[in-house]
Design a protein around this ligand. Structure first.
Ligand code: ZN
Length: 305
């Protein structure tokens, strides 16, 4: 996970940015994390903006899509882990004899049930770790174990949240089907394609932010007038009657290179978008990229990527 450092002067801003609002102290009620847009806060927006810039995709591209392409977990997850670890440090490392002032300040915060402490209590409780919070001073809760547990638990919740989102949004589901191997890992093509321009085109097509995507940002899917089916990039590339000629010449050029490709395979679209043909080496992929791009360019000749 890459690190983003944001320095803020005001404590209220810090709480606000990681959505540990002092207005909602722990009340014993566990809220559904999905309902309060946990990953929609300012720090995650900055993180997503930076990722979009590095991928070269439009600012309107789905945040989920860019996090998935680059194998990132929102930075607020890490911020929450650090905050919880800081509380652990107060309990275990800040003593009367080594940090007199800090120790007393913490004592007062506990006594008056400071919102910061309440918010961390809420963080533990809402992620099924109330027991760990209550035993935070126990020797079995070591720094290393706690950090690992928090990262795993918070990341899992984020992944579950994303899975639900992908089921409800077709183009995110399509992207999910393209993420071969482990999801939330930087996608293979980003390492293979070394030309920034080419990489950008792939990223735009995959994340549905190219102009080839008929309805990139809405849920309204257009119909293909010629074929009377749902019009999406996959249809344009593999099935549309209008692009038959370009498709045939593409497959011919691929077969001329002696690549054993089953053109009728369902996985073909994934292969094109992942640059992962079976048994294709890195060198061969580099030969195939210009062909794929020329195909995408031909098929989408009336559009600008
Ligand atoms: Zn069509």
């Amino acid at each position: 996970m890459n690190t983003v450092t944001v320095t803020l002067a005001s404590w209220e801003d810090k709480l606000d940015i990681i959505k540990m609002s002092k207005k909602t102290p722990f009340s014993g009620t566990i809220q559904n994390p999905e309902s309060d847009h946990e990953y929609d806060n300012e720090i995650d927006k900055v993180h997503a903006k930076m990722l979009k810039f590095s991928l070269g995709v439009s600012k309107y591209t789905s945040n989920t899509a860019v996090f998935m392409e680059l194998g990132q977990i929102p930075v607020s997850v890490k911020a929450k882990v650090l905050t919880a670890m800081y509380l652990h440090r107060f309990h275990t490392e800040i003593h009367m004899d080594n940090h007199f002032l800090l120790h007393n300040a913490f004592k007062c915060m506990k006594e008056y049930s400071h919102p910061w402490i309440d918010s961390i209590h809420y963080l533990f409780a809402s992620h099924g770790m109330a027991d760990i919070y209550n035993n935070i001073t126990s020797r079995s809760v070591t720094k290393g174990k706690l950090k690992k547990l928090l990262i795993t638990r918070l990341s899992d919740i984020y992944i579950q949240y994303n899975d639900m989102k992908m089921q409800s949004k077709p183009y995110l589901g399509q992207l999910y089907s393209l993420t071969t191997g482990v999801v939330y890992q930087k996608q293979t093509y980003l390492n293979v394609v070394s030309t920034p321009q080419t990489r950008m085109i792939y990223a735009r097509v995959r994340t549905n932010s190219s102009k080839l995507s008929p309805s990139p940002y809405s849920e309204i899917i257009d119909k293909c007038e010629s074929c009377k089916v749902t019009m999406d990039f996959k249809h344009l590339l593999l099935h549309c009657k209008n692009t038959e000629k370009q498709r045939d010449s593409f497959f011919k050029s691929i077969q001329d290179l002696h690549y054993n490709i089953d053109v009728k395979s369902d996985g073909l679209y994934n292969n094109i978008m992942n640059l992962e043909w079976p048994l294709l080496s890195r060198e061969e992929i580099l030969v195939v990229i210009p062909i794929v791009l020329s195909y995408v360019g031909h098929v989408g000749r009336d559009y600008v990527i």
